[in-house]
Design a protein around this ligand. Sequence first.
Ligand code: C2E
Ligand code: MG
Ligand code: MG
Ligand code: MG
Length: 282
Amino acid sequence: QHAAQRGVRWERYNPADSDETNWHLSLLGELDAAMATGQLWNAYQPKLDLASGRVIGAEALVRWLHPVRGPIAPDSFIPLVESAGRARDLTIHVLGQALEDARGWEEAGHRLSVAVNVSATLLADHEFIEVVRQALVTSPIPTDRITIEVTESAAMASPERAIAALESWRSLGIAISIDDYGTGQSSLGYLQKLPARELKIDRSFVQTVATDQRNAIMVRSTIALAHELGMKVVAEGIEDEACLQALAAMGCDTGQGYHIAKPMPANAMREYLTERPEAVAA
Ligand code: C2E
Ligand code: MG
Ligand code: MG
Ligand code: MG
C-alpha cells in the first residue's frame, strides 16, 4: 500500500512518467469497475482424481478481459493489485464468484471442491479472515470443500507466522493447499509442521516426470513423504498422457493440466462435468 501511495504522489509531481507506471496506475484505477462489470471473471480448471478419473474439484483462476487492452494475465496484474493493497478486495471478489458458481454446479448435481488462490499478504490478514468467515455462513458447499491455495514461498516468507495463520484458516474448516511446491526451499522440519491437506507439486517438476529419471525420483519421494505426513498430492501442469500415466503410477492423488482440461468459464465447466461419465454426481 505504501509503495503504491508513493507511486501515486510521484506520478503527480512528474508528468514525464514512464509508460509502464501510467499503465499500472490506470489499471489499478479501473479495478473496482472491472470487478463490478464482469471484466474480472473466474476461469476454472478441473482437478482430477487420478485413480478413478473423476473430477473432484475446480481451481478458480482469475482473468481480466480489458475492453481496450484485451486479456491480461493474472501474473501481470496480481502483483500490481497486491502492491497497491487491493489483494483483499480482489480475493473476496474471486471467492464470492467461486461460491456462486459452486452453487450452480451443486444445483446441477455435481459435488465439487472449489480452490481459490490466496496471496501471501492475506494469510494473516484478520479483516480478510473475518470476511471469509462471514461468507462461509451462506456457502452453498460445506466448508471442507473449500480450499485455499497458498504458494510454498508465501508460506516460507515467515514460517512461524505462516503456520499460525494457516492454523487459523484450518480452524475455520477450510482446506489448505501448498501451491507451487518445490520452488520455495522449505525445509523438511517446516514441511512436517504445515497444517496443509494438500501439496501441489510445481509444474516445473511435473512436466519432466516421464522423461527425466532423476526428477522422477524426486517427485516419487515427495509423494511418499507427503502421504506419510497425511497430505494428498496434486500435480499441476500435466501436458501429456505419458506424464499423467507416470504420476498415476507413482500414486499421485490428483492431477491438473492442459492435457486434462484448460481453465474454462463456469458454464463450460458445468457442461464438462455433464459430459464426463466419470464426474461425481450427487
Ligand atoms: P497457479 O495457482 O500455480 O495456477 C496454475 C497456472 O498454470 C495457471 O495460470 C494455469 O492456467 C496454468 N496451467 C494449468 N495447466 C497448465 C499446463 O498444463 N501447462 C502450463 N504451461 N500451464 C498450465 P494462470 O491462470 O495464468 O495463473 C497464474 C498464477 O496467477 C496462478 O498460478 C496463481 O498463482 C495466480 N492467480 C490466479 N488467480 C489468482 C487469484 O484469484 N488470486 C491470486 N492471489 N493469485 C491468482
Ligand atoms: Mg493455484
Ligand atoms: Mg500452482
Ligand atoms: Mg504456478
